[in-house]
Write a protein that binds this ligand. Structure first.
Ligand SMILES: CC(C)(COP(=O)(O)OP(=O)(O)OC[C@H]1O[C@@H](n2cnc3c(N)ncnc32)[C@H](O)[C@@H]1OP(=O)(O)O)[C@@H](O)C(=O)NCCC(=O)NCCS
Length: 180
């Protein structure tokens, strides 16, 4: 275990992190959904308005895993963290790296004032789900019948445009609703 180092991501890590992001997406059968590139990771991770936190696991100076999360806001509990990715390259799994990466992210989120951490998992990914559960995670879909929904980029535009066609927006960010 001592051969592995967990540290905060540095700007020079973006290319390796992008590779790992693509590997994880492939493992999740969703490789085609990755549209970020190195420049986006660099500006979103290190720009004036930092959008995410990322820690990497290193072995022999190579990045073998990462955890990426961001903060969001709950009207119920206030600040909370959303873990977008936790990934350890297959050759390095089951050496305690995933646990250390995740624990580092949780510790940092607590330090940052987060009251919860949430993330998604595919129902077929039973080994990851069991790993999470053994660390105390609960499945909020099972317990609260809570499902997560998504508007794709295209659907967001379609939805907004359908309102504009109906003359709802005044172009100043105000929306007028006409009752019939
Ligand atoms: C899920 C994932 C992040 C876990 O990472 P990992 O590095 O294998 O995790 P760990 O080694 O810390 O823990 C895995 C298990 O190995 C055990 N383990 C830890 N060190 C070990 C060692 N030296 N020898 C044998 N087993 C060990 C741990 O006890 C743990 O078992 P537990 O869950 O009963 O505690 C990793 O499997 C992964 O990247 N999977 C593919 C991507 C994925 O599915 N990500 C989640 C998307 S939702």
């Amino acid at each position: 275990m001592e051969k592995y180092t967990i540290r905060r991501m540095l700007p020079g890590d973006c290319a390796d992190i992008l590779l790992a992001i693509k590997e994880l997406a492939k493992a999740l059968k969703a490789e085609e959904q990755v549209v970020v590139n190195e420049e986006i990771l660099l500006s979103d991770g290190f720009g004036e308005n930092r959008l995410f936190e990322c820690f990497v696991a290193e072995y022999d100076d190579a990045i073998v895993g990462y955890v990426l999360y961001c903060t969001m806001y709950s009207s119920w509990v206030g600040k909370k963290a959303f873990m977008e990715d936790l990934y350890v390259k297959p050759k390095h799994q089951r050496h305690g790296v995933g646990t250390r990466l995740w624990r580092t992210a949780v510790k940092e989120a607590l330090k940052d004032g987060c009251n919860q951490m949430e993330w998604g998992a595919c129902s077929w990914n039973t080994s990851a789900i069991e790993f999470y559960k053994r660390k105390g995670a609960i499945n909020i879909t099972d317990i609260e019948q809570f499902h997560t929904y998504r508007l794709s980029y295209e659907s967001m535009h379609k939805f907004v445009n359908s309102g504009e066609k109906m003359g709802e927006s005044d172009g100043e960010g105000r929306t007028h609703v006409h009752s019939t």
